[in-house]
Design a protein around this ligand. Structure first.
Ligand code: ZN
Length: 131
């Protein structure tokens, strides 16, 4: 472990604006429902960039020189303390991962906004099944 690890993408909920009129929230909800689409490559994961030292004791990386990398890893938290992690070897694989993660993130963001709107509509005692 040579340090130098950066998480390039992380999944977190955004806070959406729900301080609109009930009519505006319903319209936004209708729009979201019409936009919702599950892309076939959707992938919930993070992309991690790492620089590391190699196994050769005489290599420059052990003597103040640059570390090797960047290496890109896909990490997926499955449960507390249980992470699926593997190296993305080729640029094509890295690009696929970026896109797949972005597609999942978009879907999750839309679902999250729908959820936040529904919470607000419930608070206002609106009918949630209303489309
Ligand atoms: Zn080295």
């Amino acid at each position: 472990m040579g340090g130098g690890s950066d998480i390039l993408s992380i999944d977190m909920a955004r806070i959406h604006n729900t301080s609109k009129s009930t009519l505006a929230l319903r319209q936004r909800k209708r729009f979201l429902l019409s936009q919702l689409k599950i892309r076939p490559d959707s992938l919930r994961a993070s992309l991690v960039e790492r620089f590391s030292r190699c196994g050769k004791a005489n290599c420059q990386c052990h003597h103040g020189g640059d570390k090797h990398g960047p290496f890109y890893y896909l990490t997926q938290c499955l449960a507390v303390g249980k992470v699926n992690k593997f190296l993305l070897k080729s640029p094509a694989q890295q690009q696929s991962a970026r896109q797949a993660i972005e597609h999942y993130r978009q879907l999750q963001d839309q679902l999250e906004e729908l959820s936040q709107i529904n919470a607000e509509l419930l608070r206002r005692e609106d009918n949630l099944s209303h489309e």
